[in-house]
Design a protein around this ligand. Structure first.
Ligand code: ADP
Ligand code: MG
Length: 605
């Protein structure tokens, strides 16, 4: 082939690929435009994981009618004028590429009206070409609807994940912006259902609740007051100010995905700064566990180069070491100030592995993640007032005093001997031990038991497989079917026996013995969904992930009534576990209320 210049259409499709990789990148660009336009309300409507429709409606400045076509040209922007401006970008957008890129690979309808205009203008484009324009009634602001994304770039379309995955990526994108802009009212709708919304009242703690749930939000430790950040910046305009939230060490995960970074209101990916956050938890977390952090870095716009990457998610700092130090210091200082050494009883946190795990309120900010149920229980305790002046029971009156005296709770045993009292909320088992009361999460505990058993079987190559009397048939998407085919040997190793059974259909002939009680197709589907979430992990990681998922679906659920015998069996098995304090995902299996705490709560001390 001779060297020739590509036709404009093809060139713009190629260029578009750098900016809009997938539906969530379209969402990102359009939301950034709305924020740059000063919107205080942004409504996002999605259908088919963004492949069918992405619509962003804002109440921002709007686009002048006679500039609407220009906005869709490549390198057309109102945010940049000269090369000097490039050195001090204060808007989210500046490259003038997004609208052109999006229009090149979809069908776009844009409606916009500025405050000065009488009517709005509607512009339609297909593959970047104008197909219609008319005046319409419209509120002030802009609505951009993107349909049939990538309809003319089959190569791109082919690489999209399932609509569940694309939907998750969109959700992540929106929740990030909601965190960075608590003063903006966001509403996200998938398939006509509102799945996420914020009030726009400016209070980030409200957004944290919407994004992470009240359970986690309540535990997050503020890095510094917004006020002091502003003060620091007004004293020294060149300062690097860090605000946001750090999770207590008790809240930790197997990967870094809970660490979210923003620079001057822009979400960024930066492995070095992510590491700065992790470093701040040094010795506070078990190895292989990662904290949660939402970190807002503010610094002079001249000190950060945002023009590094077409998608603008990577930045370069003028003084990277100073930024690293500022982030690490802010997180570390908060952790030290907010959470002194956790006060815990000798055996309940016997191993360094559980250093972050804690029991009860002595530990303050270190307490384990709580569910709303646990929280209300705790509130009830807190509310009780002393009505009698009975003395606290003497130590030797405690039912387990002799067990404690025999040293059964000392080293060697990970858990004390416990007596089952009953079940609460069909989710927690109440037990009594030598040191007070324990609430055990039946699902988490069973998951831990199954996990250790499964891993031991795997190591001894004795994983039991159970044939199904009536083989189950499972119908998958082509993407999932591909995934299953490539994972067949691993699945087989773990006890699944699966055979192709028509296009994208498989027959399940046997499952790991531990899941026979459940629905085999459901268990396999859960495994597949899980595999789909990850991007080609290593072989051993795949195996570990499948084991985790299998144990999760096989474990007793919350909401299941247990007999006394079942509870006793479960507790005995938990006592025999290697790591009884946490489920395989790192959540606590139990919380502890010591006799001393009880006495204190009842005002007996
Ligand atoms: P950039 O954001 O980098 O300038 P875009 O292609 O995303 O480039 O947008 C081009 C221009 O269109 C913007 O500079 C802005 O003037 C205008 N624009 C885009 N979206 C909106 C919106 N939602 N509200 C007001 N103006 C907008
Ligand atoms: Mg833009």
């Amino acid at each position: 082939m001779s060297i020739h210049v590509l036709p404009a259409q093809l060139a713009s499709q190629i260029a578009a690929g750098e900016v809009v990789e997938r539906p969530s990148s379209v969402v990102k660009e359009l939301v950034e435009n709305a924020l740059d336009a000063g919107a205080t309300t942004i409504n996002i409507t999605i259908r088919g994981g963004g492949r069918e429709l992405i619509q962003i409606a804002d109440n921002g400045s709007g686009i002048e009618s006679d500039e609407l076509e220009t906005a869709f040209l490549r390198h057309a922007t109102s945010k940049l004028d000269t090369a000097d401006d490039l050195a001090a970008i204060s808007t989210l957008g500046f490259r003038g590429e997004a609208l052109a890129a999006i229009a090149a690979v979809s069908r776009v309808t844009a409606v916009s009206r500025t405050a000065d205009d009488q009517a709005g203008t509607r512009l339609q484009l297909e593959g970047g070409h104008k197909t219609g324009r008319e005046l319409v009634g419209a509120p002030k602001g802009t609505v951009i609807a993107v349909e049939n994304l990538f309809y003319n770039t089959p190569a791109r379309l082919k690489f999209l994940k399932s609509s569940t995955t694309e939907r998750r990526l969109i959700d992540e994108q929106i929740t990030r912006y909601a965190l960075a802009y608590p003063g903006v009212r966001f509403r996200l709708t998938h398939e006509n259902r509102i799945t996420f919304q914020t009030t726009g009242n400016g209070d980030i703690t409200d957004v944290l609740v919407e994004v992470y749930g009240s359970d986690i939000a309540r535990q997050l430790l503020p890095l510094s007051e917004e006020r002091s950040v502003d003060q620091a910046l007004s004293r020294d305009p060149g300062a690097i100010a860090v605000s946001g939230f750090a999770g207590p060490p008790g809240l930790n995960w197997a990967n870094r995905s809970r660490i979210t970074l923003f620079v001057n209101g822009r979400w960024i990916k930066d492995s070095s700064l992510t590491y700065a956050v992790i470093q701040a938890y040094h010795t506070l977390l078990p190895t292989g566990r990662y904290p949660m952090g939402i970190v807002f870095i503010k610094l002079p716009v001249e000190d950060v180069d945002v023009n590094v990457h077409p998608a603008k998610v990577e930045v370069r700092f003028q003084r990277p070491n100073a930024v690293f130090a500022a982030v690490q210091r802010a997180v570390r200082e908060t952790l030290i100030a907010e959470s002194p050494v956790p006060a815990v009883s000798a055996w309940s946190i016997g191993t360094p592995d559980n250093a972050g795990w804690s029991t009860g309120r002595d530990a303050g900010a270190f307490s384990a993640p709580r569910t709303p149920d646990q929280a209300s229980l705790e509130l009830d305790w807190a509310r009780s007032t002393p009505e009698t002046d009975l003395p606290a029971p003497a130590p030797d009156e405690r039912p387990f005093a002799d067990a404690a005296a025999r040293g059964e709770t000392a080293v060697g045993r990970k858990l004390p001997i416990m007596r089952v009292i009953g079940q609460v909320g069909q989710a927690y088992i109440i037990t009594e031990g030598p040191e007070g009361l324990y609430l055990i999460d039946q699902h988490a505990a069973h998951e831990r038991i199954l996990y250790e058993r499964f891993m031991a079987d795997l190591q001894n190559q004795t994983v039991a497989s159970q044939g199904l009397v009536a083989p189950a048939v499972i119908q998958l998407t082509p993407a999932q079917a591909g995934l299953v085919e490539s994972t067949l040997p691993t699945l087989q190793n773990l006890g699944f026996q699966i055979e192709p059974f028509g296009p994208n259909t498989f027959q399940i002939r046997a499952v790991p013995a531990i899941v026979t009680r459940g629905d085999p197709a459901r268990s396999l589907q859960a495994v597949i969904d899980d595999l789909e979430q990850g991007s080609a992990p290593l072989q051993d990681k795949i195996e570990a992930r499948i084991v985790l998922r299998v144990c999760k679906s096989a474990a007793i659920k919350a909401g299941q009534m247990l007999s006394q015998a079942e509870m006793e069996a479960l507790i005995q098995q938990l006592e025999a576990s290697q790591n009884p304090h946490t489920c395989p995902h790192g959540r606590p299996t139990m919380i502890h209320l010591s006799a001393a705490q009880l006495a204190r709560e009842f005002g007996r001390t």
